[in-house]
Ligand binder design. Structure first.
Ligand code: ADP
Ligand code: MG
Length: 693
């Protein structure tokens, strides 16, 4: 038998089931089936008893059958039932199909093992279509563990329940040919990894808990190792092969800004990141750098100064923001900061009038516009740059990989790319998925920031919460009250918001207290004017849906109340909280929720109250949501891990990352490892995306 053999020839499969396996699991060859790994195991030495059944869960029972009865349930249909005794109690077994076959085989006075998930029916335990086999002594001792596989309804009706599948994999494992090793010998030895063949046998039919653990470790290691190899190899290729513009000059734009215009001294972290970016941009290779900085760490200023470096070297730069409001805000900030300097800044967003857009595009193509700020309108086909040298992408999590890739087509020599995110990528994830990106971290907040105090409050506390708000406002501060946006129904969202506003007005009577309101139904101008009133201090409370989520900057606002906080994701809550604590003194974030929270929501709220460290929050987020959820990864299929868990297996992630790094450092072309070279050749096609993120 070979791994490439068609599954149809394996004992117990046949054409019918082969078709189902291909359709349902994508399993076509023997090797595919080997990769269909059990998601758990039943320990047959731990026998349940009928008397001990308490909840509906998968169990193994041992006993005998009696009282076989068939009842007609239709012209050609019948139901077969029998009693199953195990000495502690009786359970009813039921079959609705294939009854003839079962009836002919079930024998009294034979001891059976039955497996399945019993359910309580009219006070009696019942088990329909149990997995069943004679309990011969040999079965028990030879293989205590039975694999349990994911199966689908279609598979079950084709006679491919988890037990049937287990019988097939049992044959497979018994016939398993020698498997070529995929990992270099020294690595196997150093980490004492189980040989590949043994690992596959044990992952299906473990001989002991220890063997199972070793098998798992071996296969996870392999999975993570090749992931690392792909990314790090791609990274190395980029470093050695890809051309970049050389921005060696630090010129008039940068210097004038730094000596005359800069509104405050840079933090140490900001300086370091600007230096890292500058080093990249003059190295001769194309920069692909991710800057992570918690909300409020001052990424905009870093972006601006890096863009001035591009200008000093005769190039244009652009800044791409995820929303109109943010693009407008950046545009205003840039104009303000660059006032009096000979720098042409322009804004390009979807809502501009056609004539305005045309004009801006023309000035851009002629090189008259030096800094372009915009939304995804920037990546439309008809936007042409004169000579684009640097692209800054703000709040990266909202941009898909594909969108980013389009920027590459905007310039003959690929521009340098700087991605800024306030949603820190958990370290383990960064190590795997972003293994080929260079990372900078702004790990220092501007001086004078106090951590935001965060509290969890229930509806019953509302009066006290509003009372507190009043105190703050009377002391000259401003506050946000944020409502969740449920995309299913804009109408309901608006109603929630308006109800909320009414309640706010009843506690905060006008004209003494003024409110602004921002929501998705407003036009860009309306939003902007509401924002401005709040910014100028004309209104005390900003009632909003999450449109204010990212980037908005009003230092005097020191209280953030988040309504129905349980409906928000962790990173969203963290972003929202980042709107306060921006320099106006002690700030507060109050998370309002209903009484009975699901455990996941409770955990999110707890995390928010416990920490303001973006990294910790990102890791908790990953843990609570699972990596499959992380935006952009799913759509691009990057994080396709079958076995390893990006959070729980951090030690393995580290070990494989370091191993691959050392391997490539010692032997960049992998000349000593033909099998790794082959792997690289195979996965090259899949890696195209690596160039663009
Ligand atoms: P974010 O990293 O969240 O994008 P911003 O760039 O919006 O943060 O900066 C947050 C606030 O901190 C802004 O008001 C900005 O003017 C201010 N800021 C940025 N850098 C410094 C600094 N070095 N010292 C003091 N304040 C700063
Ligand atoms: Mg920002």
């Amino acid at each position: 038998m070979q791994l490439s053999d068609d599954i149809v020839y394996l004992k117990g499969v046949g054409p019918q089931r082969a078709k189902v396996l291909a359709a349902e699991l994508g399993v076509r060859t023997v090797g595919d089936l080997l990769e269909h790994i059990p998601y758990r195991y039943i320990d047959r030495s731990v026998m349940a008893t009928v008397a001990g059944l308490t909840e509906e869960q998968y169990v193994v029972l041992k006993g005998q059958v009696a009282n076989l009865q068939t009842t007609a349930t239709g012209k050609f249909r019948e139901r077969l039932t029998c009693d199953f005794h195990d000495g502690t109690g009786t359970l009813q077994l039921v079959w609705f199909a294939g009854t003839k076959w079962v009836r002919e085989r079930l024998k009294p006075n034979v001891t059976y093992l039955i497996m399945g998930k019993p359910s309580l029916y009219n006070g009696q335990w019942q088990l329909s279509h149990p997995e069943l086999e004679p309990a011969t002594a040999t079965v028990d001792s030879r293989q205590p563990y039975l694999p349990v596989y994911n199966t689908t309804e279609k598979m079950k009706s084709a006679g491919l329940g988890t037990r049937a599948l287990a019988r097939i994999t049992e044959t497979l494992v018994a016939l398993l040919p020698a498997l070529p090793e995929t990992l270099p010998d020294p690595i196997l030895q150093h980490f004492r990894l189980m040989p590949r063949r043994e690992a596959y046998i044990n992952i299906h039919y473990p001989t002991s808990p220890q063997a199972l653990e070793q098998a798992r470790t071996r296969l996870k290691f392999e999975e993570l190792f090749f992931l690392q190899l792909d990314y790090q190899y791609a990274h190395q290729q980029r470093v050695t092969a890809s051309q970049g513009r050389v921005f060696s000059r630090v010129g008039e734009h940068f210097n004038q800004f730094y000596s005359q215009k800069i509104p405050f001294p840079l933090t140490g972290a900001q300086k370091r990141v600007i230096r890292e970016v500058h080093d990249d941009m003059r190295s001769g290779r194309q920069m692909n750098r991710l800057v992570q900085g918690d909300v409020g760490s001052g990424k905009t200023l870093v972006a601006l100064m890096c863009m001035l470096l591009a200008l000093d070297n005769g190039c244009q730069a652009c800044l791409m923001a995820p929303t109109e409001i943010l693009a407008q805000q950046h545009f205003a900030t840039f104009q303000r900061m660059l006032e009096g300097m000979p720098v042409e800044v322009a804004l390009l967003t979807g809502s501009l009038r056609a004539a305005q857009k045309r004009k801006t595009k023309q000035r851009l193509a002629e090189g008259e516009v030096q800094i372009l700020i915009g939304t995804h309108a920037l990546i439309e086909d008809d936007v042409e740059f004169h000579d684009l040298g640097l692209v800054v992408i703000d709040e990266q999590h909202r941009f898909g990989v594909q969108q980013r890739s389009r920027l590459w087509t905007k310039s003959a020599v690929p521009p340098h790319v700087l991605v800024m995110t306030a949603t820190p990528i958990p370290r383990t994830l960064a190590m795997t998925v972003y293994g080929d990106l260079d990372c900078s971290v702004i790990d220092e907040l501007p001086p004078g920031r106090q951590p935001v105090r965060t509290y969890h409050r229930l509806e019953g506390n509302r009066l006290r919460v509003f009372h507190f708000l009043k105190e703050q406002i009377d002391a000259g501060r401003q506050a946000y009250i944020v409502y969740p946006l449920i995309e299913e129904s804009e109408k309901t969202d608006l109603k929630n918001l308006l109800d909320g506003l009414e309640m706010v007005h009843s506690y905060f009577p006008r004209p003494q207290y003024q409110t602004s309101m921002v929501h998705g139904r407003l036009t860009a101008e309306e939003k902007e004017s509401e924002m401005q009133r709040f910014k100028r201090g004309e209104t005390h409370i900003m009632v909003a849906t999450t449109v204010i989520e990212v980037g908005v900057d009003v230092p005097n606002a020191t209280v953030m109340v988040i309504e129905n906080a349980e409906r928000f994701g962790l990173s969203q809550l963290h972003q929202l909280r980042g709107r306060v604590g921006r320099g106006g003194g002690q700030s507060y974030c109050i998370l309002m929720t209903k009484d009975n929270l699901a455990s996941n929501s409770r955990e999110r709220i707890r995390t928010m109250c416990a920490t303001s460290d973006g990294f910790q929050i990102a890791e908790a987020d990953l843990r609570l949501r699972g990596p499959g959820d992380i935006q952009g990864l799913q759509q691009s299929g990057i994080l396709d891990l079958r076995l390893a868990d990006i959070v729980d297996d951090e030690p393995l992630v580290r070990a494989t990352r370091d191993t691959v790094r050392d391997l490539l450092a010692a032997d960049p072309t992998l000349s000593r490892y033909p099998m790794l070279q082959q792997h690289i050749a195979r996965s090259k096609n899949k890696m195209l995306w690596g160039k663009i993120s």
